[in-house]
Write a protein that binds this ligand. Structure first.
Ligand code: DGL
Length: 282
């Protein structure tokens, strides 16, 4: 396993309900290849997007604790649903009690900070899970950062997209049907949208198909490079954290479901073979 050569420092944990966080990990490794990473996919309990606030918080908390036990000093919730439903409580309630030197960061805030560089007319479509949409995290955070009226936000839940990704159905007629279905709904709600945020880390795996069914002038924003740049920036601003991190350039992969299945799917996505181990988190 790549992680066998881990250096002595601490790791950066990357957590998602399943495969989606790989779209974040891949970009983070490009920008910050020197650090040691542990990826954890809770595939056995995915999807999170349809679950209640309490359940997502509980699952995320367990996963974060597991990553801490495995030697992570900081964890990125590479999952919008977990960022929307669990991040605030973990940051404000759990970490101060448990260990204030640890950090848990999410993907929503960096994505919103990057937004201003994209849209010409301010009409933004947010595609996300039911949980993320219902949490209203995107509209609330956008309003907090940019004030009222700067952007016209249209959110839409795409509940079929995560199961398609988790089942490796990235192409084909059935997948196309569900891509077209949600995009048609989105543009019916606001035909002037010129920027779409893929507000679920699974969705970039469907990006080639999504791009085929949106008008050519519409920009599609994935979160990987945005979160990677934001992490790089965070570590420059927080040398006390950066100093603790191992620099062996290793990546270890763990799943709560079958390791072989994860290796197959993650290998396709990362573009090289990976080794994965099963881990129990509850
Ligand atoms: N990839 C996750 C997100 O960004 C969650 C998908 C799911 O498990 O429903 O929201």
């Amino acid at each position: 396993m790549e992680g066998m050569f881990m250096s002595k420092g601490e790791n950066i944990g990357i957590f998602d309900s399943g495969y989606g966080g790989l779209t974040i990990l891949k970009e983070i490794i490009k920008v910050l290849p020197q650090y040691d990473y542990i990826y954890l996919g809770d595939n056995a309990r995915a999807p999170y997007g349809t679950r209640s606030f309490e359940v997502v918080y509980h699952y995320t908390r367990e996963a974060v604790n597991r990553l801490f036990d495995m030697g992570c000093r900081m964890v990125i919730l590479a999952c919008n649903t977990a960022s929307a439903k669990a991040l605030r409580t973990i940051q404000q309630v759990d970490l101060p009690r448990q260990d204030p030197s640890r950090r848990v960061l999410g993907v929503i805030r960096p994505s919103i900070e990057a937004l201003s560089g994209y849209s010409s007319n301010g009409h933004i479509g947010i595609l996300a899970t039911r949980g993320t949409v219902a949490s209203e995290s995107y509209p609330m955070e956008i309003e907090k950062l940019y004030g009222v009226g700067r952007f016209k936000i249209t959110q839409l839940a795409c509940p079929m997209w995560v199961p398609l990704v988790e089942n490796n159905e990235l192409t084909g007629e059935g997948t196309e049907f569900f891509i077209r279905k949600y995009l048609t709904q989105l543009f019916t709600l606001d035909p002037d949208i010129d920027t779409i945020v893929l507000g679920c880390t699974h969705y970039p795996l469907l990006r080639p198909l999504i791009a085929r069914f949106v008008p050519p002038h519409v920009k599609i924003i994935g979160q990987g490079h945005i979160v990677a740049d934001s992490l790089a920036n965070y570590l420059v601003r927080h040398p006390e954290m950066e100093r603790r991190l191992g620099c062996g350039g290793s990546v270890s992969y763990y799943t709560t479901d079958k390791a072989e299945l994860f290796e197959q799917m993650a290998g396709i996505f990362m573009g090289y073979e990976i080794e994965c181990a099963n881990v129990q988190i509850c």
